[in-house]
Design a protein around this ligand. Structure first.
Ligand SMILES: Cc1cc2nc3c(=O)[nH]c(=O)nc-3n(C[C@H](O)[C@H](O)[C@H](O)COP(=O)(O)OP(=O)(O)OC[C@H]3O[C@@H](n4cnc5c(N)ncnc54)[C@H](O)[C@@H]3O)c2cc1C
Length: 329
């Protein structure tokens, strides 16, 4: 029987609306195509949620109990443990919520499983001819739907968007199997890991009103001082950036804005040295005003910007600092 793993979350024992949507999609896949639903819960205080899950149509429940020190699974060894576990289960499909936790975790898991990740999907389509699950997501700034077909790798991994709908979930017909896999997945955390986690949690990109976005135009990590100064003068604007800067280790992973990073809802976004790739632009499509600074007048970010400045990002940042009352550096 084909298996479907769903990574879901709860609030006070009740599935989040995003998790309800995933449960609903999973139940459709089970009802119509006979998939076995394997629910995976990795959170603190999940007892009442597991009690709830026993009452609805899922076949197996695996849970990892996180504590204060293990709020997120992000240590490499823990991700390796999760990957081993998934290899054993060998699901055809793996879906997770689009929460900040899974937006960070799922790309890493997909990479380790040598499969792709369909980010921020809204639905699935079953291809009757091939028996494949295709994922559905919006493209071109929500103006069209596209189906993503995964041909060569398994599982089909996707994060599912929260559409805050109402879902009538099927009650359970059989009692699900329940397994505690906490010891199998988690390591004892050391202080360094806790420090990284605190840093990770302290950035609130999706809640900031002003966001400074940095791209590959930045030369060196030491240049961050300039943009941190600008951030302070802009009422402590949050700093995020493109995947290039995560790859270059100039910014930590949680600062990535885009389809496989965080989606932001700021009033103002100022993008410095960013070309405007579709993956990055997806992360800023809900921003009210986009200001783009790029020394290439043909950079595609200008097509989406409300204000464009063609110029050197360092000169422009210095000018802004000066204008806002800080000293020129
Ligand atoms: C599956 C997948 C998922 C991805 N997900 C994401 C994602 O979530 N987020 C994301 O951001 N990317 C993502 N990417 C990567 C994405 O495709 C682009 O590679 C990336 O966004 C480009 O980053 P960039 O604009 O910083 O770099 P570049 O494309 O290299 O652009 C740098 C820009 O800086 C300008 N510049 C250079 N020097 C200066 C200067 N001194 N002053 C002013 N301008 C200057 C250049 O003209 C250029 O336009 C993903 C890719 C894949 C394949």
């Amino acid at each position: 029987m084909k298996k479907l793993c769903i990574f879901i979350e709860h609030k006070d024992g009740v599935p989040t609306s995003n998790s309800q949507k995933i449960l609903y999609m999973a139940q459709m896949l089970k009802k119509q195509y006979g998939y076995r639903i394997i629910a995976i819960v990795m959170e603190q205080n999940s007892e009442s949620f597991i009690e709830y899950l026993k009452t609805i149509e899922v076949d197996e429940i695996y849970f990892v109990t996180l504590n204060e020190k293990n709020k997120l699974l992000f240590l490499k060894e823990e991700i390796d443990n999760l990957v081993c576990f998934l290899k054993e289960i060998n699901p055809e499909v793996a879906w997770a919520t689009n929460s900040s936790c899974y937006r960070i975790l799922f790309p890493k898991v997909a990479y380790s499983l040598h499969t792709g990740l369909c980010a921020a999907c809204s639905d699935f389509k079953y291809d009757e001819d091939s028996g494949r699950i295709n994922m559905v997501r919006t493209v071109f700034s929500n103006n069209a739907y596209a189906q993503i077909s995964v041909h060569r790798s398994r599982p089909v991994m996707a994060t599912i968007l929260d559409e805050k709908g109402t879902y009538n979930l099927e009650r359970n017909l059989t009692f699900p199997e329940i397994h505690d896999i906490t010891d199998r997945i988690l390591l004892i955390r050391d202080n360094q890991a806790i420090k990284i986690m605190k840093e990770l949690e302290s950035i609130n990109l999706d809640k900031s009103q002003i966001v400074i976005g940095l791209g590959n135009g930045i030369h060196d990590k030491s240049d961050m001082d300039l943009f941190e100064k600008l951030s302070r003068l802009l009422n402590h604007a949050a700093i995020g950036g493109t995947r290039e800067l995560i790859n270059r280790q100039i910014l930590p992973q949680n600062c990535q804005i885009g389809s496989t990073g965080t989606q932001i809802f700021a009033d103002i976004y100022i993008g410095f040295g960013i070309s405007g790739s579709p993956q990055h632009m997806q992360g800023i499509e809900h921003v009210k005003k986009i200001i783009a600074v790029n020394n290439d007048p043909y950079a595609s970010i200008f097509q989406h910007a409300d204000y464009g400045i063609v110029g050197d990002m360092y000169e422009v940042a210095n000018y802004m600092i000066n204008y806002l009352g800080g000293k020129d550096t």
